[in-house]
Design a protein around this ligand. Structure first.
Ligand SMILES: Nc1ncnc2c1ncn2[C@@H]1O[C@H](COP(=O)(O)OP(=O)(O)OP(=O)(O)O)[C@@H](O)[C@H]1O
Ligand SMILES: Cc1cn([C@H]2C[C@H](O)[C@@H](COP(=O)(O)O)O2)c(=O)[nH]c1=O
Length: 208
């Protein structure tokens, strides 16, 4: 089996930036890397992403949202993640089930247990070996996103919602210190990268 790494954190925390750096680092070492994102990563999952993040769908119910994220995830796992891991590759995924736990479970108030129960159908036993959580206050993250592009349906949520997301990630990380490693998203990009590399190398050694 390969190695499954996920990168989590609030909107604008710097996940995509760090994933690119990590991919370059691991590729230079000769590893076979697959990078994917959630929701997305397959034609079907990208189509579901367009529905979920469409700002015009203001009427979307919380349960619909939860199920759409899980459906996009099921397809990504079946089509990309599981085959790559069975092939011995390293998979780096931008967000995974922890995003649902935090955004739908905590910030939407649906409950973490319900989220994992629903997602059990989508993920089975495919869980990350290591999750990097980039921590950043809500205001800072949203301000970074505003400079990049027009905000999508989720990013356009209230600042209170985004604060719950940030608190939710901190709560989740404290519940699973053995698997979720937190880095400070305020640090310079290169410093965060070095911390992530150090954690990933520890995980490699742990796997023998
Ligand atoms: N450590 C950092 N310090 C300052 N700016 C950063 C840092 N990391 C990333 N950025 C900048 O913040 C913006 C958002 O970064 P990025 O797209 O990597 O975040 P993200 O977590 O992937 O966002 P999203 O949740 O929307 O996918 C980019 O303009 C990026 O250059
Ligand atoms: C996987 C997943 C994501 N979300 C939210 C988090 C973000 O606001 C968007 C995804 O956009 P990004 O630019 O790719 O970060 O969706 C969520 O609420 N629940 C999930 O399971």
């Amino acid at each position: 089996m390969g190695l499954f790494l996920t990168v989590e954190g609030p909107d604008g925390a710097g996940k995509t930036t760090q994933i690119e750096l990590l991919r370059d680092y691991l590729s230079a070492k000769g590893y076979d890397i697959i990078v994917c994102r959630e929701p997305g990563g397959t034609p079907i999952s990208e189509a579901v992403r367009n529905v979920i993040l469409n700002k015009e769908f203001t009427e979307m119910g919380h349960m619909t949202e939860l199920l759409l994220y899980a459906a996009a995830r099921a397809q990504l796992i079946e089509e990309v993640i599981r085959p790559a891991l069975e092939d011995g590759k390293i998979v780096i995924c931008d967000r995974f089930v922890e995003s649902s736990a935090v955004y739908q479970g905590i910030a939407r108030g649906m409950g973490i247990d319900l989220v994992y129960e629903v997602n059990q159908f989508a993920i089975g036993d495919t869980m990350p070996d290591l999750t990097i959580m980039i921590d950043l206050d809500a205001e800072a993250g949203i301000s970074r996103k505003k400079k990049q592009a027009e905000l999508d349906r989720m990013e356009s949520e209230t600042i209170d919602f985004h604060k719950k997301v940030v608190e939710g990630y901190r709560q989740l990380a404290s519940l699973h210190p053995e698997r979720i490693y937190t880095v400070d998203g305020n640090l310079p990009i290169e410093e965060i990268h070095q911390q992530i590399v150090s954690q990933v190398n520890k995980k490699f050694h742990g796997k023998g």
